[in-house]
Design a protein around this ligand. Structure first.
Ligand code: ADP
Ligand code: MG
Length: 246
């Protein structure tokens, strides 16, 4: 409502693409419009998240409609939740008429340029996962070796990793990403920089599920990097969040 608008930074959001879903003004709108699990929303509230930020208001519906997305939004505007919430909502629902597919292997991968960032994303994910049975793995040398066991691997729902570690396991034949439905590149400007781009492309190529949803998030996306990012996406929507009148 208008009464508490002053407490929040105002963002100007520009969207580009076809059939852009309506933004959500409040998290509760996700209950009716997208049948989001009440538990996910109560986990949000328990963490003090009362209102969606600009990138969340616009980005969450786009991802829930299984569209590809390029989201450019300044640091500190809540990009992490913009992709974690839709991923966890989608994974919680039965994917096909066969019913819930948990147990059929990794279904979401989040790539981040540094271990530190992957760690932060993992923490954010665990907060949302309270009370649900998702298995979220922060990929490391140690987890990579436990995942050599296919029985263990098949029970993992979400992997958060730097590109290098993931590529090593793919190349060793110890990780299959062929059932991944959601692939997120966080801090895409760094992931698509020369240092990482070949590894990122290898991960993208390993995600062979035909309808894999891809999204890139970044505070900035220089023209060359943006071209590379857009080339990876299918019929994407692009949103740009800017601080209003600052
Ligand atoms: P970004 O990735 O855009 O830099 P983060 O996802 O790291 O931003 O979020 C920045 C901070 O804002 C984190 O501490 C996060 O917990 C908090 N945050 C995210 N979304 C909300 C929200 N809707 N309401 C309140 N705090 C939020
Ligand atoms: Mg971030």
């Amino acid at each position: 409502g208008a009464e508490d608008d002053t407490a929040r930074p105002k963002h100007r959001v520009k969207s580009k693409g076809s059939d852009i879903p309506l933004p959500v003004e409040a998290f509760d709108t996700l209950l009716d419009r997208y049948k989001m699990a009440p538990r996910l929303l109560s986990n949000l509230r328990d963490n003090g998240y009362t209102h969606p930020t600009g990138v969340q208001a616009h980005g969450i519906p786009i991802l829930l409609q299984r569209r590809d997305l390029a989201a450019i939004s300044p640091t500190g505007t809540g990009k992490t939740l913009s992709y974690l919430l839709p991923i966890m909502s989608s994974l919680g629902a039965p994917i096909s008429s066969q019913g819930d597919e948990s147990g059929s292997g990794v279904r979401a991968v989040v790539l981040a340029p540094t271990r530190e960032l992957a760690h932060q994303i993992h923490n954010e994910c665990l907060k949302l996962a309270v009370g649900r049975k998702w298995r979220v793995v922060l990929f490391s040398k140690a987890t990579a070796s436990t995942l050599r066991d296919k029985g263990v691997r098949d029970k993992v729902d979400i992997i958060i990793s730097t590109p290098l570690r993931l590529v090593a396991s793919i190349q060793e034949g110890n990780l299959d990403l062929n059932n991944v439905r959601h692939l997120i590149l966080d801090e895409a400007d760094r992931l698509l920089d020369t240092e990482f781009v070949a590894q990122v492309q290898e991960v993208v190529a390993a995600c062979t599920y035909p309808d894999v949803q891809k999204a890139v998030f970044s505070a900035t996306l220089p023209a060359g990097v943006e071209k590379l990012a857009m080339g990876m996406l299918r019929n994407p929507i692009r949103i740009v969040v800017g601080l209003k009148d600052t």
